[in-house]
Design a binder for this molecule. Structure first.
Ligand code: SF4
Length: 214
């Protein structure tokens, strides 16, 4: 919970009346067969949920995705899942920059910022999550900023971004001693960076740089 982006998504998802968003964290354990991870709020196994949404911020998270799915008893590959399993989605800087390494594992990948993608995505999910998975994937693939590896036609997916940050206040939703920066109240004052360093995800995944009004 030291990542302010996670606070923002958690608050944004729970602001929709038709959504209940819980959190789950992966903890490394010294055992050959790790215990299935449970959601923090209701202590339910992840396989109980309709949708699992991963925030991928670092390349090393890739390995954790596989371990979480495996420990939860969920088939690893999108091609092996159907409507009996949670829909597995992901977003975050690594997905925006290059979704291909993880594409076999995910049903859909969000190319851009959640504030710009969720308003079109959530009604489709709400309507289609209980139906046939193939139909849901086709509908998701037609939305801006959504990459569905199983049905992708090759047409480039355009990255989506929030044009006015003032519409989406971002600050800490939880203060906890269980994380770094947990006793600080974090506020997003700007997004992106215009320094232009070629190696930097912030520069490339969150263009253009935007400020909030004071
Ligand atoms: S490394 Fe990234 S965040 Fe830092 S100055 Fe360069 S572009 Fe900006």
């Amino acid at each position: 919970m030291s990542n302010l982006g996670l606070h923002a998504i958690y608050k944004l998802l729970n602001s929709y009346s038709e959504v209940v968003c819980e959190r789950a964290f992966w903890e490394r354990e010294n055992r050959a067969e790790p215990l299935p991870p449970l959601s923090l709020e209701s202590q339910r196994p992840l396989s109980d949920f309709a949708v699992l949404a991963f925030s991928i911020n670092y390349e090393l998270d890739y390995f954790n995705v596989v371990q979480i799915l495996r420990a939860s008893g969920i088939p690893l590959y999108a091609a092996d899942r159907d409507e009996r399993h949670p829909l597995i989605i992901a977003g975050g800087p690594c997905i925006i920059a290059n979704p291909l390494p993880l594409s076999p594992f995910f049903d859909c990948l969000c190319i851009g910022e959640a504030e710009a993608i969720l308003p079109a995505m959530l009604p489709v999910l709400t309507e289609g999550i209980g139906g046939k998975r193939n139909k849901l994937l086709k509908e998701l693939a037609s939305l801006p900023g959504i990459y569905v590896p199983l049905t992708h036609s090759g047409t480039p997916v355009i990255r989506q971004w929030a044009s006015n940050l003032d519409d989406f206040p971002v600050a800490s939703t939880t203060l906890t001693s269980d994380t770094e920066l947990g006793d600080l109240y974090l506020i997003e004052v700007e997004r992106g960076c215009n320094r232009g360093c070629r190696f930097c995800l912030t520069n490339n995944a969150f263009r253009p740089m935007r400020y909030r009004s004071i």
